[in-house]
Each structure stands twice: as C-alpha cells, then as structure tokens.
Write a protein that binds this ligand. Structure first.
Ligand code: PNS
Length: 165
C-alpha cells in the first residue's frame, strides 16, 4: 500500500442505504484518500434483499457522488479478500448500540483470523443516527411513516413504492 494512496473499504448490505451509513462514509472519505463502498452481492445471504444489487449500488452512487473520492462496488467474496484485492489500508464500519458491538467484535475476530494484515476501524455513529437501521426504515415505510430525515429522497420514494400498504 503506497502511503500516498490510502484507501478504505466501507462495507455493507445497504438494503437500503440510510443517512447513518452516509454519515460514516462521508467521515471516512475525509480520513482516507479514497473510499470504496463495498455492497454485499450475495442473494441468499440474510434472506432476500428488498432492493437488487444494481438498485442498492445506484442509490449509493447518487448519494456519495458529491464526496469526490468515493466509488461503489458490489462484492461477493470474503470482505478481507475484497479489501486485499483493492489494496485497502482499512475496513471502516460504523458502530451504533451495544448490539452492534457484539456482532462487530465477532466479525472482527473472524476477519482477523482470515487476514491479520487487514485492519478494521470503527466510527461511532453520530447521535442522531444511533438507532437508525435499514430494517427500521423498511418497517416505517411499510406503515407510511415519514422517512425524510432518515434516507435520501430517491430511496424514500423507492421504499414507498415498494412497501406502502
Ligand atoms: O450488517 P451488514 O451490512 O449486512 O454487513 C455486511 C458485512 C459484509 C460488512 C458483514 O457481514 C461482515 O463484516 N462480514 C464479514 C464476513 C464476510 O466476509 N462475509 C462475506 C460477505 S460477501
């Protein structure tokens, strides 16, 4: 890894992207020269996603364009392999509540066993996004909740079209 090209991977399923994800991506983009947003592209994982990989990638591309140093790519191999392939210095993830910590600690240990050379760093969620999740947003959309403060307009419209009862 050349010291003048410090790349981070911000991975996730992003089904769909929320302002909480975008907050972490934007903060990572200030700390690294380049950010690759890695979108999990494994149809059978965690059940079917609401949005296709192409839709999830497109939402993220539109929402991160103005950052200038972020690109979006699907991946379907191990996260640490994807990070190595892209020459990333670190994997950057957001941490919200204690429940995130337990899951991320387990993932961190597993990832570290697979690839001790790939470091993960964690950014604490901004307070206003501490309890924001893709699944919570889908629940709200199903029952006609207001998504304006939670996801980009394009995502809110897509959620309402697909989920509103
Ligand atoms: O909570 P998310 O958004 O579904 O997390 C996705 C991801 C890939 C960041 C998380 O599951 C993780 O850290 N996985 C490590 C194990 C791995 O590499 N899985 C393969 C994913 S294609």
């Amino acid at each position: 890894m050349a010291p003048d090209n410090r790349t981070a991977i911000c991975p996730g399923t992003f089904d769909p992207v929320t302002y909480g994800h975008l907050d972490v991506i934007a903060r990572a983009s200030k700390m690294f020269d380049a950010v690759i947003v890695g979108v999990v592209d494994v149809p059978w994982r965690k059940g079917n996603s609401l949005f296709s990989t192409e839709e999830r990638v497109s939402f993220l591309e539109n929402a991160t364009r103005e950052l200038g140093n972020a690109t979006v790519e699907p991946f379907s191999n191990l996260l640490v392999e994807f990070a190595r392939e892209r020459g990333a210095l670190a994997i950057v993830k957001g941490l919200r509540a204690i429940s995130d910590f337990e899951y991320e600690l387990e993932m961190n240990q597993l990832n570290r066993m697979q690839a001790p050379d790939v470091e993960s760093v964690y950014l604490m969620a901004s307070a206003k996004y501490s309890f924001l999740s893709s699944s919570g947003v889908k629940e709200l959309a199903t029952f006609g909740g207001d998504l304006g403060e939670l996801v980009p307009d394009e995502v809110a419209r897509a959620l309402q079209e697909r989920l509103a009862r």
